[in-house]
Structure formats: C-alpha cells, structure tokens
Design a protein around this ligand. Sequence first.
Ligand SMILES: Cc1ncc(COP(=O)(O)O)c(C=O)c1O
Length: 378
Amino acid sequence: MIYLDNAAGSHPKPPQVAAALAAALEEFGANPGRGNYALTRRTAGMVAETRAKLAALVHAPDPSRMVFTAGATMAANMAINGLLREGDHVVCSSLEHNAVFRPLAVLADAGRIRLHIVQADSAGYLRAEDVAAALTPATRLIAINHASNVCGSVQPLAEIGAVAAACHVPLLVDAAQSAGLLPLDIQRMHISLLVLAGHKALYGPAGIGALYVDSSVSLRPLLQGGTGSRSELRHQPPDLPERLEAGSLNTAGIAAWSAALDFVRSTGIDALQAHAMRLTDRLAAALQAHPRLRLQLLPGETRPRVPLLSVATPERDPAEVAAALDARGVCVRAGYHCAPLAHRTLGSFGEGTLRFSPGWFNTEEEIDAAAAALLASI
Ligand SMILES: Cc1ncc(COP(=O)(O)O)c(C=O)c1O
C-alpha cells in the first residue's frame, strides 16, 4: 500500500507512538486530578508534561492555557462559540476548513454575527492588507487557516498577527495542517487562539487535539461537567485548563501524542517539512505537463506551502480516479476535503480534486509509483 493521505491523518505512526498508546492503558489507567494516590498523580504528571511539550512547540508562554480537546474541530468550536457574542463582526479567509467555517456560518445564518470572508487569490494566498481592510470597530475575531488543506498555501501569519495586534482583535489560527511542519510562535505571531490536531503532521492518534487560549481572551465553556478540582462550585472553575476540560481526558491519546511530540522534536520540523516537500515537488514535476490533469500549483510558485498537492481531473470524476488508484494500492483523498470555500477560491468547485499528501514515511519510489498509477487511471 502507498499511503498518500497524511493531510487527513498521518499513517503509519512512528512505532514509539503505537507503543506509548498500548503502554498507557497499563501505566496511566487512573483518572488524572480525580484522586490523590500514586497512579492518578503519575497520570496527571504525564498530562502536564504533554501540555508543556505542546506549549514549547508553539512558544506558548503558559502550558496551563493549553487545553486538550478531541481534535481541531472541537477546539475551533470551543473557541468560536466560547468567544463570540450577539452582534460581533468576524473576519475569516476563503480557505477555511468546515471545522472553522461551519460554526461561523451557523452563527451568521442565525443573524447572531456578521461574517466577512476575505478572498484569497486563485493560488490560495491571502494578503494581510485585505484582512486589515475588512476590519470594522465591531470585529471581535479574525480566523485564519494557516495552511490550506486543499492546496497547501501558507498564509503570512506574522503579518496578519501584526494587523490583529494593532487593532486589538483576537486572532484564531487553525494550525491543523501546519503544526509539525512549520514554525509557530504564539507570541511573535500574536495568536490569541491556536487550534491543533494531533493526528496529522504531529503524528499522534486521531481523537486528540488542543486549543491554546491566550491570557488576553476569556472563553465561555462549551461543556460543563466534572473537572477533578473545585467540585464544590456550581459552575466550571475559573482557571485553565480545568475551566475548558470538563469530563475525563483521553489519557491514552495524550500519552501517545506525547511520544509523537518527542518524535517530531527529535526529527525536527525542518526535516519533516523538507522531506515531504521534496516528495510533493517530485510528484508535481511528474504530473505537471499532463493534458488530462490540472495541478493546483502554479509552475514556479515560490510562496510558502505545506506538502500536499491537489489535482483536478476535468475528464473524470476524482472519486472514480481515487477508486482506481485504490485498486492499484494508492490511498489518496478525492472531493472537497471539508473545505468547499477553498474550492470556490481555487476554481475546483463542482468536481473537487484528488489530494496527494506525502509524509515522513513515504519514499521517492512510492511517489514515482503513485504518479505512474495516476497516469494509468485517468
Ligand atoms: C485545516 C483543518 N482544520 C481542521 C481540521 C479538523 O481536524 P480534526 O479532524 O482534528 O477535527 C482539519 C482536518 O481535516 C483540517 O485540515
């Protein structure tokens, strides 16, 4: 099997991640923060250590503000619904994933917020000036997908962060596709809310993610429930992370993510990005000139990207091509990739694309075989 769908979920995981997941069921069975015996303290220690690793990865000043979630979707919903109030104005990009776009669209369609979508160019890049121009005195949130899960374009976060900071508007960054591949710096980029997914380029299991909440913003909790500490209170306790972590944590997922974060740190995000990018460019070079394919990557594009390549197949339904590739042992995703707005921006709405997303464990031979399989399938 040639797995080229790492943007949906990295596979395989580094062996130490699978080992940590299995070991967690033996070593961290107790509920952290719910008792005062050695096993619960040990589990709480592992959870705190993982928070600290995540905070270090994104240069977040306070690990206790790193809240564990069930993934990027939950993190984005918690941020959006926890922050926004009736009458707020929100600016987002035309590349948002549905994890961010749908919670905004529901509020906008109910008349509770006004939503302005800043248009990226036809290659998927935003200009910070356009974000600045969209702000109004009522703007309460700027939401930006750092790296597009459809075409891989990377937005100028530091510049957009400077706009957000100058206008005192919180910046939400969906880093589901960039964390583990690109540097993220909460402070330098003026990020107020950072959405992370565990199971993509951070090499953890599915079902774990995180939301970093800067001290400048306060969120209403979406979930109410047990938090281990301050059980006497009628409402959620005021302090993070407990305020936003009602219910038992996914401790096995956190332990596995911890091992994955060690893998990312020891391998190095520069090496992870460079390897997968080399493979992406090799694939693009093999497919570029084919008349029955339209790559969502302009020849000579030099702006920053993450390693994924979307390819339109105008003469065939991409889902049929993906099925033909599956029959040849090549796993890729077809369709809209949960980001219909992005396809409108990139000109592929209506049919969608085939998306190839290499990861650390792919090889040049696999890329060449996948290219040949695609050319034989269209
Ligand atoms: C850009 C982006 N945001 C959010 C998500 C949702 O992530 P999760 O599956 O962790 O909820 C994805 C995953 O496909 C994504 O690519």
